[in-house]
Ligand binder design. Structure first.
Ligand code: HEM
Length: 146
């Protein structure tokens, strides 16, 4: 993995205390720019804790443990097939994620932070995307003999 964990963890630590304001900003940004994905998140909006942001927190806390990060992203990717998420949704989610981090990070949003988050999101996209493709292929494979 080619990102630098330090500016990622540093900016995330500044953003995190903003609590639910972060997720409101993120979903408003995502749905305003991509109304087509709104329907996929119907149940999600009723959750008190935002699971996407919790998952990001777990990833950020474990960036030194490459194997754990990859394992978690593969498992997330496989589950996302069931949510109707598609590979082409990833740039939209990534753009809203970075816009949200930038909004709340203030001065902690340095060029290094932006570069490292961009590189991390590329790893997220490719690793989740590969697992999604594999899980989708498993689903559509005809069962032997039937
Ligand atoms: C940064 C990348 C992402 C992370 C870390 C992430 C994380 C999560 C997590 C933790 C959940 C809760 C369920 C579970 O653990 O399986 C979830 C649900 C979901 N995610 Fe993601 N996700 C990401 C990207 C995306 C993308 C690109 C889409 C596409 C639109 C998407 C759509 C959904 C949907 C529709 C659900 C189910 C919502 C519901 O419960 O109604 N996610 N995501």
């Amino acid at each position: 993995m080619t990102f630098d964990p330090a500016p990622i963890a540093g900016s995330f630590a500044v953003v995190e205390p903003h609590g639910t304001k972060i997720t409101h900003y993120f979903y408003e940004h995502l749905f305003a720019n991509n109304p087509d994905v709104r329907g996929l998140f119907a149940r999600h909006m009723e959750e008190q804790e935002d699971r996407l942001w919790n998952a990001l927190g777990v990833l950020v806390a474990n960036l030194q443990d490459t194997e754990m990060v990859i394992r978690m992203l593969r498992s997330l990717g496989a589950r996302h097939v069931g949510y109707g998420a598609l590979p082409e949704h990833f740039p939209a989610v990534g753009a809203s994620l970075l816009a949200t981090l930038k909004h709340f990070a203030g001065e902690a949003w340095t060029p290094e932070a932006e570069q490292s988050w961009t590189a991390l999101y590329e790893v997220i996209t490719s690793t989740m995307g590969e697992a999604m493709a594999a899980a989708a292929a498993d689903r559509t494979e005809p069962t032997p003999g039937g």
